[in-house]
Design a protein around this ligand. Structure first.
Ligand SMILES: Cc1cc2nc3c(=O)[nH]c(=O)nc-3n(C[C@H](O)[C@H](O)[C@H](O)COP(=O)(O)OP(=O)(O)OC[C@H]3O[C@@H](n4cnc5c(N)ncnc54)[C@H](O)[C@@H]3O)c2cc1C
Length: 487
């Protein structure tokens, strides 16, 4: 875990008392807390590597209350940290430790305002939990395809603000592709009502795109119109053992040629993280009798009659076997078996936590260069850190890998866990330099927050950094929206 230099446990209150009183009056007794035990969970991150403090967490009930609070903050120059489910991984949703900021949490704004089945859209408030939105869409016989392991806690406002990716991007695109309209409270407290459910609207700049992926630095998203899709009538899930990443990419190409865009997910998993899951997560077992070096978790879904995709999937796996791309495969017989295969993949982040210090990377390269990236990154790190245990898994169908080298085992190599933690920046540098050489991105889906802000400046051109600053200064000249994050 990367160390954060802010001191844990201090509880400063540097927000003017009259400002806090004005906020209390604007949201009423249910709309805020100043109770330290209630504030605490809002101030630390999911991985427990970012801690800060605010004197008040504000929980407005509706957009008007958000606007009133933001206007008070604009007027008094009080910085705001917008917060959804607080599952973000880059320190974007935690406050700084000096007690000068307030958090605005969207947790009470959790209504589905409307589902328009004919238009294939739903209008929802920012605080809706992602899993609840998937369920609401399903109840209307539709699919909302955004899916990630944090879906039981993360909120759609946070998903849009980080332009979340997840497991279904290959087929449906990331969060940005799933939005038709937004409602946003601007840094001066005005409300922009862009809640349009239109697939065509060429009336100037596409303003909603500014706020998607802005990580709360340009305004507070309070509601969105989201795209819905037909609910798949059939889903085939297979865990496929493959010899190496090159074979996985050949299999992806074969799968898309065979069943087209019905390939919904294509995840590449190295053996080492599977070992971690088997060792640390209760109730897990290896679906194969033999150990294999790499695996692909593939999902194919469609609208046809039940099981109509089974034969094509079996055929493509058979052809892959004959071509040497596939070593073995388990094709789930039903949804429960499919979900059990997904559980292996989704348990990796938790299982990895038991193995000591790891250095996280959320990177992307053109799909055609994934194998080269993995090969070269392993070689560079093994040379620099003897005994390092390289770990790779991710959404290979989108060119996005989570590449998280773990500290050597005790007595194996020169560096113990403590030293390895001190190498965090140096390891990032090796991986990110390589990613940049391969024309990739140092943050594929988690955003920049505080973790990657300065790193991004190193790799972006001056023109790009300048454009980002120009946008920030135009919308938030007083820098009250999530200061110190992204730009
Ligand atoms: C186990 C696990 C698995 C994960 N898997 C994935 C994955 O596969 N793909 C992926 O992309 N991410 C993944 N993440 C990261 C995280 O879940 C996503 O970034 C998620 O979209 C964050 O949503 P949230 O509601 O928790 O946002 P938060 O963490 O609360 O906030 C994230 C950022 O958005 C800002 N923000 C939040 N709400 C608003 C709002 N209403 N208006 C303006 N700004 C706002 C915050 O200030 C912060 O900068 C994972 C996280 C965990 C813990």
């Amino acid at each position: 875990m990367q160390a954060n230099n802010e001191i844990r446990g201090e509880r400063p209150n540097a927000v003017d008392k009259t400002v806090l009183e004005r906020i209390k009056a604007a949201v009423g007794p249910k709309g805020f807390t100043m109770e330290p035990s209630e504030i605490e969970p809002h101030c630390q991150s999911w991985r427990d590597n970012w801690h800060g403090w605010v004197p008040m967490v504000v929980k407005p009930a509706n957009v008007e209350e958000v606007a009133a609070v933001v206007a008070i903050c604009a007027d008094s120059g009080t910085p705001i940290v917008p917060q959804g489910g607080n599952t973000g991984l880059t320190g974007g949703s935690q406050p700084h430790a000096d007690g000068t900021e307030i958090i605005i949490s969207t947790s009470r704004m959790n209504k589905v305002r409307e589902i328009d089945v004919l238009n294939n859209t739903m209008a929802v408030e920012a605080g809706c939990i992602l899993a609840d939105l998937q369920a609401a869409a399903s109840d209307a016989d539709r699919l909302f395809p955004l899916s990630l392991a944090a879906e039981g806690s993360c909120q759609i406002g946070g998903n849009l603000s980080t332009n979340a990716g997840g497991t279904q991007v290959l087929r449906y695109g990331n969060a940005r592709n799933l939005v038709l309209g937004l409602e946003v409270v601007l840094p001066d407290g005005r409300i922009w009502d862009g809640l349009r459910g239109l697939r065509k609207d060429n009336t100037g700049y596409d303003l909603k795109q500014l706020f998607i992926g802005a990580e709360g630095t340009l305004g507070m998203i309070t509601a969105a119109v989201l795209k819905l899709f037909p609910k798949p009538a059939e889903i085939q899930t297979a865990l496929v053992a493959v010899p190496d990443p090159k074979a996985a990419l050949a299999l992806l190409s074969r799968a898309t040629e065979c069943v087209g865009e019905q390939v919904t997910a294509f995840e590449l998993i190295q053996r080492r993280p599977i070992d971690f899951v088997l060792q640390h997560v209760p109730g897990m077992s290896d679906p194969f009798a033999e150990v294999h070096p790499w695996y692909v978790l593939m999902e194919v879904s469609g609208q046809g009659v039940p099981d109509s995709l089974r034969e094509p999937v079996e055929a493509l796996l058979g052809d892959g076997l004959a071509a040497g791309e596939v070593l073995d495969a388990v094709l789930a017989a039903n949804r429960a078996q499919g979900e059990a295969l997904w559980k292996i993949r989704e348990s990796i982040p938790e299982a990895q936590n038991h193995e000591g210090q790891s250095v996280k990377h959320d990177v992307s390269v053109p799909i055609s260069r994934i194998a080269e990236f993995l090969e070269r990154a392993d070689r560079l790190l093994e040379a620099a850190y003897p005994g390092v245990r390289c770990v790779a898994f991710g959404h290979v169908g989108d060119g996005n890998m989570h590449y998280n080298p773990v500290q050597p085992l005790a007595g194996d190599g020169e560096k113990d866990g403590v030293d390895f933690a001190a190498e965090y920046g140096a390891i990032n540098r090796i991986v990110h330099d390589l990613i940049t050489e391969l024309n990739g991105s140092i943050s594929a889906e988690h955003g920049l927050g505080r973790l990657r802000r300065d790193e991004a400046k190193r790799y972006k051109s001056d023109v790009e950094v300048d454009l980002m600053r120009t946008v920030k200064e135009a919308l938030d000249p007083s820098n009250i929206m999530n200061p110190g994050k992204v730009v």
